[in-house]
Design a protein around this ligand. Structure first.
Ligand SMILES: Nc1ncnc2c1ncn2[C@@H]1O[C@H](COP(=O)(O)OP(=O)(O)OP(=O)(O)O)[C@@H](O)[C@H]1O
Ligand SMILES: [Mg+2]
Length: 146
């Protein structure tokens, strides 16, 4: 078994509820839903994280107006806090450049993001998923046991 799966268990240990926003098609409002859900739950007083797992076309940073941020590195990556939401995305590392990944490389990059991110205690982790209910969705269900 991939030893990183045990690390993910530890990284997600302090999270009470994980909500993955997914859908069978592209452009149907997943990223907007994930972003507004994160902001709304935060405004209601919950501790919230938002993880953008749409690696080839991340967009929640655009919706939230995030620019020029880089997360803290401390025995992993500590997500930056934006509008009282802890935010993690591949854009911290790729900036405006595309991340042309395929097949197992997509799985590995998603796995790495889950392994490095130190969320701490959260009431909700909202995950913005790539379009479709294929490999990425299956991976996340398997890794996070949601
Ligand atoms: N409820 C809505 N009413 C009107 N427009 C919307 C609504 N939700 C999203 N949109 C618009 O539709 C477009 C696609 O939304 P969004 O990026 O959230 O979709 P997505 O499902 O995440 O797309 P992708 O599959 O490309 O990641 C955006 O321009 C967004 O502003
Ligand atoms: Mg999207």
């Amino acid at each position: 078994m991939d030893p990183r799966l045990n690390i993910i268990d530890k990284r997600l240990d302090g999270i009470k509820k994980l909500i993955a926003v997914s859908g069978g098609k592209g452009g149907i409002g997943k990223s907007l839903t994930a972003s507004v859900l994160a902001l709304t739950l935060s405004r209601l007083g919950y501790e919230v994280g938002l993880l953008d797992l749409d690696l080839s076309a991340p967009s929640t940073h655009v919706i939230l107006g995030i620019e020029g941020l880089y997360p803290e590195e401390e025995k992993g990556i500590v997500p930056s806090e934006v509008h009282h939401v802890k935010f993690m995305s591949i854009v911290y590392f790729t900036g405006d450049n595309p991340a042309p990944l395929r097949g197992i490389d997509i799985s590995n990059a998603m796995l790495e993001l889950l392994v490095v991110t130190r969320w701490g205690a959260l009431d909700f982790l909202i995950v913005d998923m790539p379009p479709g209910v294929g490999d990425a969705m299956m991976d996340v269900i398997r890794w996070t046991r949601i």
